[in-house]
Every structure is written in C-alpha cells, then in structure tokens.
Write a protein that binds this ligand. Sequence first.
Ligand code: PHE
Length: 349
Amino acid sequence: MEALLKAWDGERIIIEFDWPTGAWIIIAIHSTRRGPAGGGTRMKPYSTMEAAMADALELARSMSYKFACADMSRGGGKAVIAVPPDLTPQARADLLRRYGALIHQLGGMFQTGPDVGTSSADMDIIAESGAPYVFGRTVQAGGAGDSGPATAIGVLHGIGVVCQQLFGTSALAGRRILVQGAGSVGGRLIRLLREANASVLFSDVDEATIRQIREIPGVSFVPPEEVYDMPCDIFAPCALGGILNQETIPRLKCRAVAGSANNQLARPEDAELLRKRGILYAPDFVINVGGAMAIVGMETMGWSEAEANTHVTQNIEHMLRQTFDLAAARNISTADAARSVAETRLSGH
Ligand code: PHE
C-alpha cells in the first residue's frame, strides 16, 4: 500500500471507513490545477483495500487526462466505494447519503457523477446531502441524466476515426466489431453500431443482459473466455480495466482497440506491446470522454444535448487524429502521444 501511495502523482486522498456497512470510501483527487476535480463514483466489491485504492488512484489520473484532452477547465478525481457484496437497498441508500455529506464537506474540491455501479438515480440520492457537487442526476431531479449515451456516441465516432486511419474510410458498414461488456455504454454502442450496419459481436457475463442483447438482429454472442482470440476488425472494451496485458495482447486478432472502459492497459508499457503487434490503440481517456464532457458541459456551461453531442464528437475526432499523427511523427505509442498532450496541458504550458 505504501509503495502504491508513494508512486502516485496526485494531490490528495480522502479515506473513510463507513462503520454501518463496512464499506471503504476512497476519494482520490489527482489534479485541481485546471479547475475543481471531477470524476465518477465507482461502487463495487473489491478483493482487497489495496485493489480499491489502486483503482481510485489510476482512475483519478485518467479523469485529469480526460478533461485536459477535452480542454475543459476541470481537474481529475475519482471516488471508489468498496462495498460488501451483500448490501441491502436500504443500507446502500443510507451509505450514499453519508457519502453525499462527505462530498458536501469537501466544498466543491471534488465533484462527482455516475460510473460503474452507480446510476443517475444514485446521484439523486447522493445530491440530497451532496448538492451542488453532484453531476448526472436524473432529468426529473433537474440533472442532465445518465452519462452512458454520450459516452457511446463519442466511442462510435472515435471508431469512425480509427477506421479512417486503418481503411481510408470512416464508414462502419460491414466492419466486424467486438464489444466487450453490454452495460450502460456497451449496450448503447452495440445499437449505434448496428444502425451504422457494422457486424457486431458482443460478450457479457450477466445472463439477463446476454439474453436481451442477443435479440438484436445482426448481433452475435461470444463467450467471455473467447473474447481475446476472436478475429475482428475492432475490439471495443466497454467493461472493466486492465484487460490489455501481457497475457491478452499476444492473443488479439484485431486491427485496433477502441472502447469505453477506463484504464484498459494493465501497465503503461503494454501500449508498446500493442504497437509492436501493429494494433492501433485509441487511448481510453481520449475516446471515452463523451459522458463526462457532455454532462459537465450541460450542467455548467448551458449546452443543450445536441450541442453536447457536437462538442463530444468534434473533440474526440480532433484529439484522436492529433494523437495518431503525433504517435506516427515521433514513432511512439498512441497512449504515450496522448499522455504527453495531457501532461503538457496539466503542467500549465
Ligand atoms: N464515468 C464518467 C467517466 O469515467 C465519470 C463522470 C460522469 C464524470 C459524469 C462527470 C460526469 O468519465
């Protein structure tokens, strides 16, 4: 744990043990140099406290990169709530209220939104005590709603840029795209890809989700253990992070990786493994900014939903092209190229 904390380049970590539930609340504030730290609240069980901490620290850094690449005046942070697996709905709601009070106490230094394991309805509950520092409440409660749809639209356009780079055209018709995880973002991405006439493969671990997505015409299911060996044009990870690693990268049979999951690379060096295999990687924090950008823009800058979508697609298209060009010009990985753009902006140059 000590090594983990020492190696982190962020500003502040707030840890709270929630006695009534046994949950750990970790708020990692990576950077406030460009503005107050924004980032989602991730709520799920973790095998160890150290794993939860590692996730919070890495995810917070990605939020700094994301907002910097999107050129928004926000810093990056993330909250991880490591919950016991058997939390009752009542206990969960009470925990969210106590968490909201903590957010409020921080006075705006950290402002949150939905992420893996939390929804807009949860943001409504957190906002009871945490307002005005809660993004993405339901539309009925006066928020901009779920961040999943805008993330999916951004990823769809990012995949278009990837196709342009690989095949000379951004058209998705007939391209074989494998989506890992059909949740809030992946499920919507699958539908958008089908509307663009792509041929879609998907994987998930939840029985009900699998049944539902399988019904969509032109979509076929791939068992989770076959995902990394499945031939496709583009692999779109839309589940959890760390899935691009020494074990999976040598197996991949795709031309590119472009999906919404945060922190897809297990280690920074894994970007090199992808590059050596000639697999084009769309850096996660560039291609998945849509949700955060749209929700924060709608709630703080008065963007309409249509304006938000335009900002999202234009930013992602521009940043991805710039990333691919820079990587080619410097002969470095696309992840390193995007990181260098983000870090330059974060250091105030
Ligand atoms: N889940 C979002 C992300 O990882 C976090 C977020 C959503 C932040 C909405 C702000 C508003 O980018």
